[in-house]
Design a binder for this molecule. Sequence first.
Ligand code: PLP
Length: 377
Amino acid sequence: MIHFNKPPKVGTEEKYVLESMGSTKISGDGDFTHRCHKWFEEKLSCKKVLLTPSCTQALEMAAILIDIKEGDEVIMPSYTFVSTANAFVLRGAKIVFVDIRKDTMNIDEKLIEGAITPKTRAIVPVHYAGVGCEMDVIMDIAKRHNLFVVEDAAQGMMSTYKGKPLGTIGHMGAYSFHETKNYTSGGEGGLLIINDEQFVKRAEIIREKGTNRSQFFRGMVDKYSWVDIGSSYLPSELQAAYLWGQLCSADEINSNRNSSWNKYKELLYPLAMDGCIELSYTPKECVHNAHMFYLKVKNLEERTQLLAKFNADKIGAVFHYVPLHSAPAGLMYGRFFREDVMTTSQSERLIRLPMYYGLSFRAIEDVCRVIFDFFER
Ligand SMILES: *Cc1c(COP(=O)(O)O)cnc(C)c1O
């Protein structure tokens, strides 16, 4: 049995979680949260970061911060997780889905400008598999049309575009620490990254149920009260403590995943050369974090067959993302800009192979042998 995913665990998490349990403050924004915030603010050199209970909630905060209102339009790919869209739909936005690039599965930056209308407020690029979107082009379009850019970098921690960490290029960015991502804060978690100073103060208020409690704790105001809309967007200290263990080993996790990724690539390269499969492409501007190893086969039928073979051999390979625009809620809350040339056809070809921190070369060889057998090589 080779699992598709195992939650990352380096071994120090337990110690930190127990330490936080023994402290007198286990609700949010305690010592471990501060340590994590400091780590990210140094690493990302951004204006502000805020841990959240999930990436979904970080995206929801971003939608509130840019004041998305009924009838606004938000541009994003259809090939993504539901939260990318839901965060903005919750504020009343209509989603305008733009087709993806075949080579990276990221939003096709060349199509974005055509999808802009007078109602457009924001572009939400999703860095699929931790490989950066063409951010220079996207930021230039946003600037010329006065739009906000919120990067869904759920999969992108430790990845860069032209040397800049993903999530630090748009006005805001969001990471996920769900157990399926490269780093986890004990199963669920996220981070809002703020790169534009104008959002910093209000972000703290929204995260604290619409109160100015953060300012109160810092002694900046003498009482705290309800000052804005907001919700409960603080994770508990136990989550921050778990994450802290992983941040202390961030490079080790990243290099371990990268060596697995490179091993897959090395073993499967001949099959790609023979035209049996297609492997992912990383633009030269991008350094990725080995979040995902995927391959593409000929079509849906071939994918179904290969997945059945993986299943029979007890290998956890999966496909994902039924394109949002064809899902029931996508039909209600969104529309596809022009034609779906790549989104459906390319997503139907894709298979994700087992990938997690600590995956052995032996397991990788077993997975690859199944693929070679399938193609009778
Ligand atoms: C995982 C993921 C999310 C959601 O993250 P949660 O932390 O589970 O809320 C959002 N967008 C993308 C692209 C993701 O991969």
